[in-house]
Design a protein around this ligand. Structure first.
Ligand code: PLP
Length: 439
C-alpha cells in the first residue's frame, strides 16, 4: 500500500521545526520517551471511569498506569489528590469551574488584555464568561497585576472563585497575595500554572501549593509532557471541603468528558518522572537564564518590552514606538526569517486582538534544544534586524484597507532579501541543535 500523504506532511513539519527557531512560550519539544508512549497501543483502549471503577473490562493495566501517573504527580508537587484525565487546559478549567460554581455564580479572573486566559471568564464568547458572572481584573501602569483592584473587585462582587493564572504575563505570580484576598471574601483560589509548571517544579517560580485550593496545569508547556492537563487538589483545599477531590473528578468525568486518553496519561507519568530529575531542574534554570539574556539583549538592541523585562520564561515585545498594530507584520516577518513566535495584544492594547501591537516570545523551546546564553544574544540580533526591516510597514488606520494591506505586505515580505538572508543564518544555527536534548 502507498504510504499515506500524512507521513510526508509530518516529515515536512519535523523539518520545519528543526530548521527554524521557535519562540512560542506555550510550546515545547518532548523527549523521545514521551513521544514513544504517545504512539503506543494504549490509544486503543476505552477506560471511562477511574482506576478500579471503570465502565469497561480489560483495564487492569490501564489502572496501574493511571495510578502511577497520579502518584508521581502527587509526589512531585506534594498534593493529596490529582486528576490526570482532562483532555487539555481549557476543559480542565471548565471542570474546576463546574465543580466549584453553579451557573450564574461569580468568578474573578485576569482579563485577556492583561495576559489572562479565555477560560478565566473572558466575557461573551467563552463558556466561563457565558455561564458564570465573570468579573475581570487587570494590570497597573507598571504592567503588573493590580492587587488593589483585585481586592476592590473581590470585596465588591464577593466572587466564589478567584483565578490566578496567565498566558501572556511576563512576571511571577504572587499566590500569597491572591490567597489573602480570597480569604477576605471566602473565595476558592484556583492557580492556573499552565505556563510556568516547569519553572515551579524547578524552583524558579513561586509554588502555588501552599496557597491555592486547586491547581490546574496543562502538561505540554514548560512541563514538557504530552498535550493534556492535570488538576491538583491541595491539602488546604481538602481541609476546606473533604469532598473537593471527588467533586473535581466528577466534573471531569462524567460531567464534561468521556473516556480518558490513556496514552496521554502514560506520557504524563513519564514527564513527571523526567521532571523529578536534577537535569530538569537545570532545564528550568536555563529557561530563566535564557529569558533574562534574551530580554536584556533585545533591550540593548533598542526594542521595548512590556513591563521592561521578564521574571519567567516569556516576554512581550511592545512595538508601539514604531506604530500601533505592528504585531502581525513583525510576527510574519520573523517567520519568513526562520523564527516563529506569535503576535499578541499588549496591556491597554491601542489597536485590536487581530492586529495587535505586540509579539510574545519565550525560551522553553530553544532551551529544550540545548541553546544557551550565546544563542540568545544572536537571536536578539536577528529579531532586531527583522523589526528594522518591516518597521515602516504601518497598518492603515482605515479598517477597510487593512486586509489588502496585509495581503500585499505578505507578498513583499516573502521576497524580502534581508529577511531571506537572516533565514539562512537562522537555519545554519538551528541545524546544529537537536529538537530535544538533556545537555
Ligand atoms: C494554555 C493555557 C490554557 C489552555 O490550554 P489548552 O490546552 O490550550 O486548552 C489554560 N490556561 C492557561 C493559563 C494557559 O496558558
Amino acid at each position: 500500500m502507498k504510504k499515506d500523504q500524512i507521513f510526508s506532511l509530518i516529515n515536512k513539519e519535523c523539518v520545519r521545526q528543526k530548521s527554524m527557531i521557535g519562540l512560542i512560550p506555550s510550546e515545547n519539544h518532548i523527549s523521545p520517551e514521551v513521544s514513544e508512549v504517545l504512539s503506543s497501543c494504549l490509544s486503543s483502549k476505552y477506560a471511562e471511569g477511574y482506576p478500579h471503577r471503570r465502565y469497561y473490562e480489560g483495564n487492569q493495566i490501564i489502572d496501574e498506569i493511571e495510578i502511577l501517573a497520579q502518584d508521581r504527580i502527587k509526589k512531585l508537587f506534594g498534593v493529596p489528590h490529582v486528576n490526570v484525565q482532562p483532555y487539555s487546559g481549557s476543559p480542565a478549567n471548565g471542570a474546576v469551574e463546574f465543580a466549584l460554581l453553579e451557573p450564574g455564580d461569580t468568578l474573578l479572573g485576569l482579563a485577556l488584555s492583561g495576559g489572562g486566559h479565555l477560560t478565566h471568564g473572558h466575557p461573551k464568547v467563552t463558556f466561563s464568561g457565558k455561564y458564570f458572572n465573570s468579573i475581570q481584573y487587570g494590570l497597573n501602569d507598571r504592567a503588573r497585576i493590580d492587587f488593589e483592584q483585585v481586592r476592590e473587585l473581590a470585596l465588591k462582587h464577593k466572587p466564589k472563585l478567584i483565578i490566578a493564572g496567565n498566558t501572556a504575563y511576563p512576571f511571577e505570580l504572587d499566590f500569597a497575595k491572591f490567597r489573602e484576598i480570597a480569604d477576605e471574601v471566602g473565595a476558592w483560589l484556583l492557580a492556573d500554572i499552565s505556563h510556568v509548571t516547569g519553572l515551579v517544579v524547578a524552583g524558579e517560580h513561586m509554588s502555588p501549593v501552599p496557597y491555592a485550593d486547586v491547581i490546574m496545569s496543562t502538561t505540554h508547556k514548560t512541563f514538557r509532557g504530552p498535550r493534556g492537563a492535570m488538576i491538583l487538589v491541595t491539602q488546604r483545599g481538602l481541609d476546606r471541603d473533604p469532598d473537593l477531590g471527588s467533586k473535581i473528578d466528577k466534573a471531569v468525568f462524567p460531567a464534561l468528558q468521556g473516556g480518558p486518553h490513556n496514552a496521554t496519561t502514560a506520557a504524563i507519568a513519564i514527564a513527571a518522572s523526567e521532571a523529578a530529575t536534577p537535569e530538569f531542574k537545570k532545564y528550568g534554570q536555563q529557561i530563566r537564564k535564557n529569558a533574562d539574556v534574551l530580554a536584556s539583549a533585545l533591550k540593548k538592541q533598542g526594542l521595548k518590552l512590556v513591563g521592561d523585562g521578564t521574571e519567567t520564561h516569556l516576554m512581550l515585545l511592545d512595538l508601539t514606538n514604531y506604530s500601533d498594530g505592528m504585531g502581525l507584520q513583525v510576527a510574519f516577518a520573523l517567520d519568513v526569517a526562520g523564527i516563529y513566535a506569535n503576535r499578541n495584544t499588549i496591556p491597554h492594547e491601542p489597536c485590536s486582538p487581530f492586529y495587535p501591537s505586540g509579539v510574545r516570545l519565550g525560551t522553553p523551546l530553544v532551551t529544550s534544544r540545548g541553546m544557551k546564553e550565546k544563542e540568545m544574544e544572536q537571536i536578539a540580533q536577528w529579531i532586531a534586524r527583522v523589526v528594522e526591516e518591516v518597521k515602516t510597514e504601518v497598518l492603515p488606520s482605515d479598517k477597510k484597507e487593512r486586509a489588502t494591506f496585509i495581503k500585499d505586505f505578505r507578498t513583499r515580505a516573502l521576497k524580502n532579501e534581508q529577511l531571506l538572508a537572516i533565514r539562512s543564518e537562522v537555519e545554519d544555527l538551528a541545524k546544529k541543535f537537536p529538537l530535544f536534548t538533556w545537555d
